[in-house]
Design a protein around this ligand. Structure first.
Ligand SMILES: NC(=O)c1ccc[n+]([C@@H]2O[C@H](COP(=O)([O-])OP(=O)(O)OC[C@H]3O[C@@H](n4cnc5c(N)ncnc54)[C@H](O)[C@@H]3O)[C@@H](O)[C@H]2O)c1
Length: 459
């Protein structure tokens, strides 16, 4: 994708983007490809230095190409100072972090200070666009903060425009949105934000609270689809059937769909868990029950915890054993380890006294204390078991004979469905997966009770 193969916005504008993380950097280069002139403000000096040198500090396919194109065409620039970027901009797009607080509510300090900064730097009327994920009512509060910081005579209006991109396919998602949600009670401000996007894109206009809640509810629904898949996976283990084929059969129903209906070590990343707890905290604050969302969170805790329990049930206590972990990123295609199930499994193993070695093609987590190895074979050296925790496609191409030769044991525990079972068996490796019980897991006359069947037959 470049500027020439990309649809163009109806009105090229000067745009300030605040924050050059996964969302802000992607939005910056994509807005530039749509024809806008973008200045992205990043206050982390290390990240800013790399961006000014033309480097991309995150792993996100397609961003480097769009960045080179945008910088080369003079349509993307970076600064650490909102005061340099905002004057002359029609809009300031906030893409700063909204991490979870211990009580489940999001920490909105970054967004409050970003709103105050851009408002203070405005030299004319400004529309602040909130792309960060925030609970309902936030844009109204942000507007109050911005109005207090704006110079006299400058009118600041806040519009909600939540971001739905997925890391590892962020550029593709930006250019092929299912919907672009624009929440505004101010018609002209909403129109201005709509004009940032090509007129042919599916725009969904609503009020700000609805827009904010669309984002929260969407991520909660994705989280509960994964948790539902994991609940069914546990049931499959007890019933002695394969969760993969059961979930494929369920997902084939177009009313349900197979996307996100995947079992494994649970959901992770910077968004699903945070937005789920954010929705629950919001519901609690408003006195509205949220039992379904709570259950999704509870099942996710169980899905993570069952991994080590199962490993110990097969291989005995992990204390003192060397266990190799393949994958640290929360999903393949990204270097993001925030709330990664793989990292929490590593922490759980270390807490139980295992010796852990790990490898990920691009992700790294220094807080695990130097357990990372240069490749999968080095990680497997001397390991009693190898856990496949992130579904990197290259893990499916490993030389299993070489992996087996490096290990001291012969157990592969594949949580993400990348290992070829016949290939593992061919080199004498035992393959364990989730959601696959033995047909003898339960006695068929026990469920349903035989008497119940007989009663029905007699009736
Ligand atoms: N990551 C995703 O997949 C994703 C998808 C959709 C929505 N979101 C939401 O978008 C928001 C941003 O997410 P992210 O993953 O890009 O976060 P991130 O932490 O990767 O990036 C935020 C960036 O903003 C910078 N920043 C913070 N305050 C600043 C300021 N005042 N001036 C300049 N820079 C500032 C930080 O240094 C950081 O680089 C969050 O609310 C998140 O929930 C994220």
């Amino acid at each position: 994708m470049n500027r020439h193969s990309c649809p163009q916005a109806a009105h090229p504008r000067r745009v300030t983007v605040i924050g050059a993380g996964y969302v802000g950097l992607t939005a910056s280069v994509c807005f530039a490809a749509l024809g806008h002139r973008v200045t992205c403000v990043e206050h982390n000096p290390h990240q800013l230095r790399r961006l000014l040198a033309g480097e991309v500090p995150i792993h996100e396919p397609g961003v480097a190409e769009l960045l080179a194109d945008g910088v080369g065409g003079g349509r993307v620039g970076f600064t650490g100072d909102a005061g340099e970027a905002v004057p002359g901009s029609a809009v300031a797009v906030l893409c700063v972090g909204t991490p979870a607080r211990p009580d489940g509510h999001p920490d909105l300090r970054q967004i409050a200070s970003a709103a105050a900064e851009v408002a203070a730097a405005a030299t004319g009327d400004l529309v602040i666009v909130v792309k960060s994920t925030v609970p309902p009512g936030s844009c109204e509060a942000i507007e109050v903060i911005a109005a207090e910081s704006a110079p006299a005579g400058v009118r600041v209006t806040v519009v909600s425009n939540p971001e739905f991109l997925r890391e590892s396919q962020a550029v593709d998602d930006f250019f092929n949105p299912d919907r672009v949600v624009i929440g505004s009670e101010d018609g002209p401000a909403g129109d201005l934000v709509a004009s940032l996007y090509p007129a042919t894109w599916p725009l969904l206009r609503c009020d700000r609270r609805s827009s904010e809640l669309i984002k929260y509810a969407s991520n909660t629904f994705l989280a509960l689809k994964i948790s539902f898949a994991n609940e069914i996976s546990g049931l499959c283990e007890q019933a002695g059937v394969g969760a993969g084929s059961v979930l494929a059969g369920v997902g084939a129903d177009r009313r349900i769909g197979s996307s996100f209906l995947a079992h494994g070590p649970g959901f992770g990343g910077s968004c699903l868990g945070k937005d789920l707890t954010g929705l629950i905290a919001t519901a609690d604050a408003l006195g509205s029950p949220a039992p379904v969302a709570r259950a999704a969170a509870e099942v996710n805790r169980w899905a993570r915890g069952r991994v080590i329990d199962r490993l110990e049930a097969i291989a005995g206590p992990v204390t003192g054993q060397r266990i190799a972990l393949l994958g640290l990123a929360f999903k393949p295609g990204t270097d993001d380890v925030r709330d990664s199930p793989a990292v929490s499994i590593a922490e759980g193993l270390l807490a139980r006294g295992a010796h852990v070695s790990a490898f990920d093609p691009i992700a790294s987590e220094p807080k695990l204390g130097g357990i990372e190895c240069r490749d999968a074979y080095a990680a497997a050296r001397g390991a009693a078991a190898v856990i496949f925790a992130t579904g990197w496609p290259e893990f499916g191409l490993l030389d299993l004979a070489r992996l087996s030769g490096a290990m001291s044991g012969h157990l592969l525990f594949d949580l993400v469905g990348v290992v070829d079972a016949p290939a593992a068996a061919a080199v004498g490796l035992e393959l364990e997966t989730l959601g696959r019980g033995t047909p003898t897991s339960f006695h068929p006359v026990v469920v349903p009770p035989l008497e119940w069947c007989l009663d029905v037959a007699i009736a």
